[in-house]
Ligand binder design. Structure first.
Ligand code: TRP
Length: 447
């Protein structure tokens, strides 16, 4: 069987940007930035994106197209049966784990679309009532599991259709829609009374707020937001045809992702400050503030549907990329059909997510996992540890063990700026691994 390929370059870039742009940008980035002091965190984040995100994005795409394989197969092809294959397995497991809790939050977006459409949101006129409504929502174990199931079902529906007719087709429709919706929201947020204070919090750095923890979070967030460190981009790169340029595509993907994170901050923080809410209130941030903003607006219901629709779309195009990694592994390494892989592994991911869905109700306050709930534990384990460690080993595997001489031809052959290639080679060999290691060492010493 010949390997399926993306239908067009635009299709690939939008699918990869769709993987990168997700809850990580619109839901997580604002609350992590808010909890870590705002603009100073944003600056460190952008630095991580430039010096680590770009080179590792290129590295994953190079590995993917070079081997035309899922992450496990890629490392097998490059290194034979050796310990390096563990990195591939770690990636697949990590995709499994991330999607298990990601889908729970994806489910919240569906729940909030339902609430907005049914008019249940118009009474949430201040942050206090919106907060209580959210607490009530996540306290209901049945609703949490049902929405988590719906989200997984939506991912499964698209991934079963395959790369070109499923992932690519849907990304091409959904991503442009997402941009339009986001722009509408920014115009709204910035024009609100008191909104400019939010812009300043988000863009005016106060370095006294920057802690070691914040730097580690910025690192983890940059990997999470760009879908790096676990082979999602290896998998997407494996469907990339030889004629596409990797350097250029990687730049587009990273630019789009960072743009949406910044735009999301610009849409959320003005509203947070206009509602006189503290910006460091954690995962509930957008679910508290956005309904309250809309309830006070003419046509607020419509905007609410738009916003949560946007969040759902962003989550969906990311969720399918996580599922695709696991499904590609089962297909390439185990010979499973796409449908079988999606149904069995999607079902397993759903089951794995149940304790996360229950972390806010039945299992609330049950912090047996290093002082965290199951949900927070899986989130921290994957974003702050597994992804950066995965990224470190991807850089070392390609830069030192496999050798860049065997793969550098994957980079834009007709580029005239030869030095870009060399810059990448230097960064992936020296800068990226050292920097990840440094952040970890400082973090351990700092404890
Ligand atoms: N990047 C997505 C977001 O920002 C989440 C995601 C999708 C992801 N695929 C991934 C994160 C692979 C890490 C690895 O929401």
């Amino acid at each position: 069987m010949t390997r399926e390929h993306w239908g067009s370059k635009l299709g690939f870039v939008l699918a990869a940007a769709g993987s990168a742009i997700g809850l990580g940008n619109i839901w997580k980035f604002p609350y992590v930035a808010g909890a870590n002091g705002g603009a100073a965190f944003v600056l460190v984040y952008v630095l991580c994106v430039i010096v680590l995100g770009v080179p590792i994005m290129i590295a994953e795409l190079v590995i993917g197209r070079h081997t035309e394989s899922d992450p496990v197969g890629a490392f097998k092809l490059m290194f034979g049966r050796s310990g390096w294959v563990v990195i591939g397995y770690l990636g697949v497991v990590c995709g499994f784990l991330i999607l298990s809790f990601y889908s729970v939050v994806g489910g919240w977006t569906i729940g909030y679309i339902v609430k907005s459409v049914s008019g249940g949101m118009s009474s949430l006129t201040n942050v206090e009532t919106a907060k209580n409504a959210f607490a009530q929502f996540i306290h209901n174990p049945y609703e949490m599991i049902a929405y988590h199931f719906l989200f997984m079902a939506a991912c499964a529906f698209i991934v079963i259709r395959g790369v070109k007719n499923g992932i690519e087709w849907w990304s091409k429709v959904l991503m442009p829609l997402l941009f339009i919706l986001l722009l509408v929201l920014i115009v709204k947020g910035v024009s609100m009374k008191g909104g400019m204070a939010g812009v300043s919090f988000f863009l005016n750095p106060d370095f006294s707020k920057l802690t070691v923890d914040a730097v580690l979070s910025a690192l983890g967030q940059s990997f999470f937001s760009l879908s790096l460190g676990m082979g999602a981009m290896i998998t997407y790169g494996s469907y990339l045809s030889r004629k596409e340029r990797i350097l250029q595509s990687a730049m587009y993907i990273v630019l789009l992702d960072t743009l949406v994170a910044i735009l999301a901050g610009l849409a959320i923080f003005p509203a947070v400050f206009a509602m006189e809410m503290a910006p460091d209130k954690g995962p509930g941030l957008v679910f508290h503030v956005i309904p309250a903003v809309f309830a006070n607006m003419p046509y607020g219901q419509v905007f609410a549907v738009v916003f949560f629709g946007l969040l759902f779309i962003a989550a969906l195009t990311s969720g399918i990329s996580l599922l695709e990694v696991v499904v590609a592994w089962a297909g390439d390494e185990r010979g499973w059909s796409r449908t079988k892989a999606v149904l069995i592994l999607g079902g397993a991911i759903f089951a794995m997510g149940v304790p996360s869905a229950l972390s806010f109700n039945v299992l609330e306050g049950n912090t047996v996992f290093f002082g965290k709930t199951f949900f927070d534990f899986i989130d921290a384990l994957t974003s702050n540890y597994m992804l950066p460690i995965g990224g470190f080993f991807i850089a070392v595997a390609l830069g030192w063990k496999y050798g860049l001489d065997k793969t550098i031809h994957e980079l834009d052959p007709d580029t005239r700026i030869i030095s870009l290639k060399e810059l990448w080679a230097f960064t992936i060999k020296f800068v990226s691994p050292l920097l990840v290691a440094l952040v970890f060492i400082v973090n351990f010493l700092g404890r």
